[in-house]
Design a protein around this ligand. Structure first.
Ligand code: HPA
Length: 282
């Protein structure tokens, strides 16, 4: 690893280390990556190889928010189309720098993945027309974390210094999700996701502000991952489960997880149908 002057490993050395660890596993190169959010880690079939922990694959000491190891699998819903599946993610509020938060995305891109699917638990900020349990396709995002994974010098081969964020969420992947949702009888809304650092949930004033800003959803993930992916030219798909209406008294982490478990079957069927379709892998 090549630390910078403060002793922090550079974003590039983190990726190089992760690529080397991946190489030692002997897993195939993924065509796509999938990162699942709180309570949304659904089974997508028998992994091609025994799963590993996120820390093992990234070569970094990282763990889930309850301190347990996060699992990484290589799965193949469509034969010949391996998907690198991160069952949980690294959040900024755990104290991790953006370079570590987005490392799964950069690893997948460095290995040749051309698309990434992200799921998350979110609070709804449109109380008059949302309910816990709604599934929402993310159409756009507002990064309110106060940071970005693009700070500092990054390798030129990762992409432009000033990446374009128009159409950050891929239209084709969204169209495919809508078509699969229709076929399966799964209702899908569309909306804008505001990403905040957390971990405190929003105050009522903050939830109203997010609504006024044009957001429909609020959460503590996804936006930095999408910025890193777009810089590297990776297509992004985002699916939020509304686990609660933001800034209502009952929003707590247990409720978020319980709501995730209840909706997991719908998410599993939708992702399964999308991953089985060759159109997702263009
Ligand atoms: N706010 C922020 N993040 C969340 C929420 C919320 O209400 N619910 C699930 N993740």
């Amino acid at each position: 690893m090549s630390p910078d002057s403060s002793g922090t490993p550079s974003a590039k050395s983190l990726v190089d280390t992760a690529v080397a660890h991946y190489g030692r596993l002997g897993w195939p190169k993924p065509r796509l990556a999938l990162i699942s959010g709180s309570g949304l880690s659904v089974d997508l079939g028998t992994p091609l190889h025994p799963p590993v922990s996120l820390g093992e694959i990234l070569g970094q000491a990282v763990h889930g928010i309850e301190g347990h190891p996060l699992r990484v699998e290589i799965v193949e819903v469509l034969p010949g189309h391996p998907v690198l599946y991160f069952r949980g993610r690294v959040h900024g509020y755990q104290g991790h720098p953006p370079a570590l938060t987005v490392l799964p995305v950069r690893l997948a891109a460095a290995l040749g993945a051309t698309g990434i699917l992200l799921t998350n638990a979110a609070g709804g900020v449109c109380p008059e027309r949302q309910r816990a349990g709604d599934l929402v396709l993310i159409t756009d995002q507002i990064n309110l974390t106060g940071t970005t994974p693009l700070l500092g010098d990054l390798p030129a081969e990762w992409g432009p210094r000033f990446p374009i964020m128009v159409d950050a969420y891929d239209h084709g992947m969204r169209r495919l999700a809508l078509a699969k949702g229709r076929g399966l009888g799964i209702d899908l809304e569309e909306g804008v996701y505001a990403g905040l650092l957390g971990p405190a949930y929003e105050t009522p004033a903050e939830a109203r502000m997010l609504n006024l800003l044009g957001a429909h959803l609020t959460g503590m993930s996804t936006v930095l991952e999408v910025i890193a992916a777009r810089q590297m030219g990776v297509r992004c798909f985002g699916l939020s489960l509304v686990t609660n209406i933001a800034a209502t008294a009952e929003a707590d982490h247990e409720e978020v997880l319980a709501s995730g478990r209840a909706a997991a079957l719908k998410v599993q069927r939708l992702l399964g149908a999308m991953l089985a379709d060759p159109a997702l892998y263009v």
